[in-house]
Design a protein around this ligand. Sequence first.
Ligand SMILES: [Zn+2]
Length: 129
Amino acid sequence: MKESERIINEVAQGFIQLDEGVSWFSALEPAQQKSVLREVVSYSMQAHATVEDGREGVVRSGVKPTANPAVMIVREPLPDRMAKIINLPHSENVKAFRVLVAAFAVADTRRRETQCKGRCGHEWHNLIL
Ligand SMILES: [Zn+2]
């Protein structure tokens, strides 16, 4: 499993705090950061994230609701909005990471508690720490 995949899922499952994920993310080069943002969006789609998850994510993210990524993640159509969040200037990368990972955590937690309840074959839901 890639480091980025592990860290994103550790945050989603509460093994590490979002702030710890942000510390890791902040140390990456801007181009790597964009690649991680694309990854979080892809996981969010797999987890069937909704704009409701986006709203809850914004609350948990520590990002102001008026910040660009926070405004965009609560609007339909979500896949399109998430793609636009990835394309924001690099200066928005950290806010984008906070909002996207927090929203993914909401969607993924629902999935773990329903479809994946008990046992599942997803490697990222069976992290051995
Ligand atoms: Zn699973």
